[in-house]
Design a protein around this ligand. Structure first.
Ligand code: NAG
Ligand code: NAG
Ligand code: NAG
Ligand code: NAG
Ligand code: NAG
Length: 492
């Protein structure tokens, strides 16, 4: 191994070699012990402490077992000397300017049959301007193995790179999560009980508190039986107030709602809480009666699973009014009508095609050039409009209207398990990639401008060919295309 000199003034090269836990190899314990270098009987425990002036030489007859982090000037292992790193739970960090292994010297951390399972790092330190004589071959910072030297470093094998199997989409509900949407036919108060440990829906129910008082009682009872600590999402779809009695209103108030007491006819209302913790509640309520236009009561709240993954629970209770343009109606010979043209006349000519109360109107020449229109008169539903072409009345034109469709209720409940994160679908098994590892996602054309680093996050729901990474957005517009598809594990 050889590391280049750094001519820079202050610069620390870090070489970090990290191993992760791997399932034990099958076989009798004694065999395993014999294969593990740190079990060799001749080893003497070694704890050199932190002394940057200590020039370590491990020579004939010395076999040392490094049992804790240490800082030394440099290490030279030769003439049958051995240095073995103890495989233990506690991390070991060895700081030195260089390590030279030659002439029968040996350095071991794990072996092929007994991979290192702990966490061991070697940090090579030092500055170029410190007046240290470089080795003529290895330079200043190095782990150098010369003639007769042995270096054995064995950790868990990690897949070093693979391809994306699917175009990258930032986050979203595509992988896992929960999505619930209802409109007509699902009237009342809709409750979801969610497990705070996993972010999964345990149970959900609907209470038609428009139809009957009994449903109101059932709602209150249901809320009482939910165990403390569970997440509750409660929202109205369509109508939920007509037969809502005091018992139910009070049960919801106890959970932390401030608006449910005053829930009125067709009001959108959304609520999220943790049972037993009213101060955790979030709520939205609109005093709108479901006639014209749209209105939405929306809430969301972030939670963390027991494995530390964020999830976003959100709900919206809405009235939605979709709009649609009519077809174009042509006017070849328009005689000027005093006070403008009546929409009711047009409607009579084209029965069933134009709504009573258009939201917008648009006119163009027959060639499609925009004209100016103005609604000049309305009495009741008798709208009139005039059309101008550069200040003159329009001669020959076509006109269309924007009509509101009947309002419809809409309720959605969403659990997004990819908050600030993205799931990558890969071509190989990547179970060797662990939380904290850094990935580089790079373009197959190797442009450094099309590469980005991501940190691996814990992901219980991921399959063997999936990995979850921190971050949701990709600054390069071209990332997200299949073209950008090599994923490489970064070696620090
Ligand atoms: C290994 O130990 C180093 C130094 O203590 C630490 O920075 C690193 O996070 C550890 N890695 C793991 C995977 O525990
Ligand atoms: C992606 O992976 C899935 C499952 O492993 C496989 O069925 C599918 O064919 C792969 N798609 C591509 C484009 O390689
Ligand atoms: C949670 O979800 C809601 C609804 O989709 C969204 O508006 C909100 O931004 C999300 N919050 C976070 C932090 O992702
Ligand atoms: C005409 O008006 C419509 C609606 O206001 C607009 O979308 C369109 O771009 C306009 N066309 C031109 C050519 O200005
Ligand atoms: C999501 O990421 C942004 C940018 O890194 C950060 O500012 C924000 O706090 C993160 N949100 C959560 C909920 O972690």
């Amino acid at each position: 191994m050889r590391a280049a000199h750094s001519p820079d003034v202050s610069f620390t090269v870090m070489l970090t070699i990290v191993w992760f836990v791997l399932a034990r190899f099958p076989g009798a314990a004694s065999t395993v012990a014999a294969e593990c270098p740190d079990q060799w009987p001749e080893l003497q425990p070694w704890n050199p402490g932190h002394d940057p002036d200590y020039y370590v030489h491990i020579g004939q007859g010395r076999a040392l077992l490094l049992i804790s982090s240490a800082t030394v000037h440099s290490i030279h292992i030769s003439e049958g000397g051995k240095l073995v790193i103890k495989d233990q739970d506690e991390a070991i960090v060895l700081r030195t300017r260089h390590i030279l292994i030659d002439n029968g010297g040996e350095l071991h951390a794990g072996s092929a049959l007994c991979p290192f399972q702990g966490n061991f790092s070697i940090i090579l330190y030092g500055r170029a301007d410190e007046d240290v004589q470089p080795d003529p071959y290895f330079g200043l910072k190095y782990i150098g193995v010369d003639r007769g030297g042995t270096l054995e470093l064995h950790g868990q094998k990690k897949l070093s790179w693979t391809f994306l199997n699917k175009t990258l989409h930032p986050g979203g509900m595509e992988e896992g999560g929960y999505f619930f949407e209802r409109s007509w036919g699902h009237r009342g108060v809709i409750v979801h009980v969610i497990d705070p440990k996993s972010g999964t829906v345990i149970h959900s129910d609907r209470f038609d508190t428009y139809r009957s008082k009994k449903e109101s009682e059932r709602l209150a009872q249901y809320l009482n039986t939910v165990p403390e600590g569970r997440i509750l999402s409660v929202a109205v779809n369509d109508e939920g107030s007509r037969n809502l009695d005091d018992v139910a209103r009070k049960a919801m108030t106890k959970l932390g709602s401030k608006h449910f007491l005053h829930l009125g006819f067709r009001h959108p209302w959304s609520f999220l809480t943790v049972k037993g913790n009213p101060s955790s509640s979030v709520e939205d309520h609109i005093e709108y009666h479901g006639h014209h236009g749209s209105a939405a009561a929306r809430v969301f709240k972030l939670f963390r699973t027991e494995h530390g993954e964020l999830f976003n629970v959100s709900s919206s209770s809405e009235w939605v009014q979709d709009v649609e343009w009519t077809e174009w109606f042509e006017h070849d010979q328009v005689s000027y009508t005093k006070g403008g043209e009546k929409i009711s006349d047009l409607r009579a000519t084209h029965p069933g095609k134009i709504c009573n109360r258009p939201i917008d109107i648009q006119a163009t020449t027959v060639d499609g050039v925009n004209l100016t229109t103005e609604v000049v008169y309305k009495r009741g539903q008798d709208y009139r409009f005039v059309c101008y072409d550069q200040g003159q009345d329009c001669q020959s034109y076509r006109v269309r209207f924007l009509c509101g469709k009947p309002v419809r209720p809409k309720l959605t409940v969403t659990i997004d398990t990819n908050v600030n994160s993205t799931i990558l679908n890969l071509e190989d098994n990547v179970q060797s990639w662990k939380p904290g590892d850094i990935l580089v996602i790079a373009s197959t054309d190797y442009s450094m401008y099309q590469a980005e680093e991501f940190q691996v996050l814990p992901c219980k729901a991921c399959a063997s060919k999936q990995v979850k990474v921190a971050g949701r957005t990709f600054p390069h517009p071209s990332i997200g295309l299949m073209k950008l598809k090599i994923v490489r594990l970064k070696v620090d």
